[in-house]
Design a protein. Structure first.
Length: 404
């Protein structure tokens, strides 16, 4: 099968981009022909299709003025993206187009072009952008449900996007436009959601029933169960407010074990200052890690903590922990409870509750028999998220899309 993957980033900028890069490799190994459409960027992986990539654009520093207006207009329609997509399709002649994150940098302008060539469109949802212009549903330090069901003006009133009036106005116009033109509803034949929670939010916020298939993420992490558990706790992820790391820092003094923090982000300095102010001495900051060093740290830990305070979708870090035989303590937020089965693969706690987090972690660390049972359960759970099983289901979705 000839498959066109479309995603705005072609380097591991985030979990969705890592997923797309891994998916390209898996599809190629399975014998499919794969082409890629993305945005140009210095960090991009090499690609034979890069001549079709759209020019780089940065929406984080849009300013008033003619250039700012041109940049903002690309959120709604990119003539360059439409033109280059048309050329790529004529060259590659795909059997199916599998879209991922195309918002803003690529824009929905490519949808009509793909449909014009009678290429069926499948789209994986990685966040809440189809429901809200505030695609994380998080603002001002908490869950943000402003803008629900077309109330676009609420973004402006509450400055939901980056605390910025201009960014919130652009987001409001973006949602107003897409609510009226409905490009995704018109052209996408099948949506894929990695979690039931995300699918339910999309249906609730849009007030309509869309063709969404639930297909959880996969993990390609090789199990590392040969490493003995060392009684430590590990956090892996971005150091930003919505990830709940501050709650973990506040819980640290009550946790009877070393806490390894792996990752970087905008709140790194603030979190380290919070740890110092709270007299935390059992927390080690490793910065960014990948490959063997990361996998070994996850495998040696007795538990991983996922303290998110936003609506996580289907966190890959949880699957990576399971594959390494590491139970997970996670907050009851978003799609996290769909992955963590209490008493089988880990435990859950109320988001933002440092005392409950510490008590939950300590309850696991002191019970070695329970830890061993949860470790075995985690490995068993990982077998339900293998790349092979994921591809089998995805190929079925592709085949179904082609018959419509």
């Amino acid at each position: 099968m000839r498959i066109l993957l479309v995603n705005k980033f072609y380097y591991p900028q985030g979990g969705a981009d890592k997923h797309v890069l891994q998916l390209e490799q898996l599809l190629t190994k399975r014998g499919h022909e794969v082409a890629v459409f993305a945005m140009q960027h210095p960090k991009n992986q090499p690609s034979t299709w890069s001549k079709y990539f759209v020019s780089q654009v940065d929406f984080s520093h849009v300013r008033l003025g003619w250039q700012g207006i041109r940049t903002a207009a690309r959120m709604f329609h990119s003539f360059e993206a439409a033109r280059k997509m048309d050329a790529l399709i004529r060259d590659f002649k795909p059997d199916v187009a599998h879209l991922h994150n195309i918002y803003h940098q690529i824009s929905p302008s490519v949808l009509k072009v793909i449909a014009k060539h009678d290429v069926p469109i499948v789209m994986t949802l990685h966040d809440y952008a189809l429901a809200s212009a505030n695609y994380t549903l998080y603002a001002h330090g908490g869950i943000c449900e402003h803008g629900k069901r077309g109330r676009w003006w609420e973004y402006i009133i509450h400055r939901c996007i980056k605390h910025s009036l201009l960014a919130s106005i652009l987001a409001a116009v973006d949602q107003w436009w897409h609510d009226r033109t409905k490009p995704y509803e018109r052209y996408v034949g099948t949506f894929i959601s990695p979690s039931r929670f995300l699918a339910d939010v999309i249906h609730d916020w849009r007030g309509a029933s869309l063709p969404i298939t639930i297909l959880p993420n996969f993990t390609d992490t090789v199990p590392l169960r040969q490493w003995p558990k060392d009684g430590s706790v590990v956090y892996v992820g971005r150091l930003s407010h919505e990830k709940g790391v501050a709650t973990l820092v506040r819980a640290a003094r009550q946790i009877n074990g070393t806490i390894h923090i792996i990752g970087t982000g905008p709140e790194e300095a603030t979190l380290k200052a919070l740890a110092a102010a709270n007299g935390v001495t059992n927390m080690i900051w490793h910065g960014f890690q990948t490959g063997t060093a990361l996998n070994e740290r996850i495998a040696k830990a007795s538990a991983m903590v996922v303290p998110s305070e936003w609506y996580e979708n289907n966190p890959l870090t949880i699957l990576e922990a399971f594959a390494a035989g590491t139970p997970v303590v996670g907050s009851r937020m978003g799609g996290i409870p769909e992955l963590i089965r209490e008493g089988e693969t880990g435990a859950l706690f109320p988001a933002g509750d440092a005392t409950a987090l510490a008590a939950t972690v300590n309850g696991l660390l002191k019970d070695h028999d329970r830890l061993a049972m949860l470790s075995s359960g985690a490995v068993a759970a990982a077998t339900a998220h293998t790349p092979q099983g994921y591809l089998d289901r995805l190929e079925g979705i592709y085949a179904s899309a082609r018959t419509r």
